[in-house]
Design a protein around this ligand. Sequence first.
Ligand code: AMP
Length: 506
Amino acid sequence: MYNHNHLANALSHGAANNLASIFIQAGEQGDAISYASFFARSEQMAAALVAAGLEPGDRVAAQIDKTVTALELYMGTILAGGVFLPLNTAYTVKELEYFCGDAEPKVVACDPDRKQAIQDMVGNHAVVWSIAGDGSGDAADARDQHPAGFTAVPRAADDLAAFLYTSGTTGQPKGAMLSNGNLASNASTLAEAWQYKATDCLIHALPIFHIHGLFVAVNITLATGASLIYMKKYQPQAITQAMASASVLMGVPTFYTRLLDHAEFTAEAAQNMRLFVSGSAPLLAETHRQFEARCGHRILERYGMTETGMMSSNPYDGERIAGTVGTPLPGINMRVADNDGKPVPQGERGVVEVKGPNVFQGYWKKPEKTAAEFRADGYFITGDIGLIDDKGYLNIVGRAKDLIISGGLNVYPKEIESLLDKLEGVKESAVIGVPHPDFGEAVIAVLVSHHSHHPSEADIMAQITDDLAKFKQPKKIFWVEELPRNTMAKVQKNLLRADYQDLFAN
Ligand code: AMP
């Protein structure tokens, strides 16, 4: 299907010969949605976008709830040769002003409550469509005015298909430009690596404005003609119940810690499942072990980022090692390198660099930023620090920007966090560097306890002094109720650094 449109062809491949099969188990009205119906409505949506003035390469920005209409808008944009730009629903209208100014979308889809404010902002530069939580609104109305049967606009592998603003915690967000080829190759690589079949049914409880929920979860499903149980949000009870008729769950680490807190999640509840995938943030090795003890499944942890799609994965068949993100996916080259891009010996830390059909085309309108993050030989510098262990598996040690330099010595927060997380009374930890008059930066630890009564600072220090060189030991320990996390479960160390920045000020 859609032969000349590279991505639409890849995403319709799995169901092309079986269009009567189910794509979404229950849509907004509780009805099952077949592939035939989904593609027909996406074609109608593509025709509506073209009628609204969308030309190949134009952006469709979408800050919308998780509905079937939202997926039709995504597929419709691809069929019309447009560039889909999903936006986090948490952004304020003020923040959207930056994104719309930078991306200059031709169509903006939004919640009905925001329509007027966005229309005032974009003036006559863009058409603004509402999409409500039940999928109704301007986009659905526009779609319904057009028949199915839209001829997909030809798109080659190098043509843009989407861009996403990176969740960059400092500076201005950058739009990572992803091509038809980037998304198509990553979907087929993952489908093969994880042995995805048309008979699979995925519990989809991730947001669809992020690479994980849209380009991993939805694209793999479409590419293989599998089905989705499409949930608005994550609820451990609903997820546990859905397992009886599903085979795969993709989640961020908190999905798994919260399932473990849910008594109804048992081996019996999970007996129909074949695969649990975790990514977007580090999964604690302890969670991995507890999960296996509870239900017998070893979570498959994979690693990726907006700019690169998925880069590495623990094996489907073979040893899944807790605390590692596996080996490079087929067709993807990865190296751990020093500051000049020269690979470091196995077992040593360096920056993870990657090259392959998955790697993005650069940052929208930011050629200097793009150039600064690629090596001359084409490798993209991820900014993650990692090491390849003796089994050849990649271990992520942290973000380069989270590296602490104390008294001129490098301190890798993950090393200290791993020790702290194992201590009695410590549920999780975040180790950060804060300004210090003597050391430049001082190491401090922010801890969350299991109990209302937590161990004292002296207790904690006594347990780690033998394991850690003095310069790595936290100078202070703080207890908090919970660590600040963004929607993808990543700990926001920038917020913690801001909270404690004056600690050692004199
Ligand atoms: P994003 O572009 O928002 O998806 O964020 C990508 C970043 O998330 C990566 O550069 C890593 O720092 C982090 N990340 C993703 N998956 C993992 C993982 N399995 N373990 C550790 N960090 C991860």
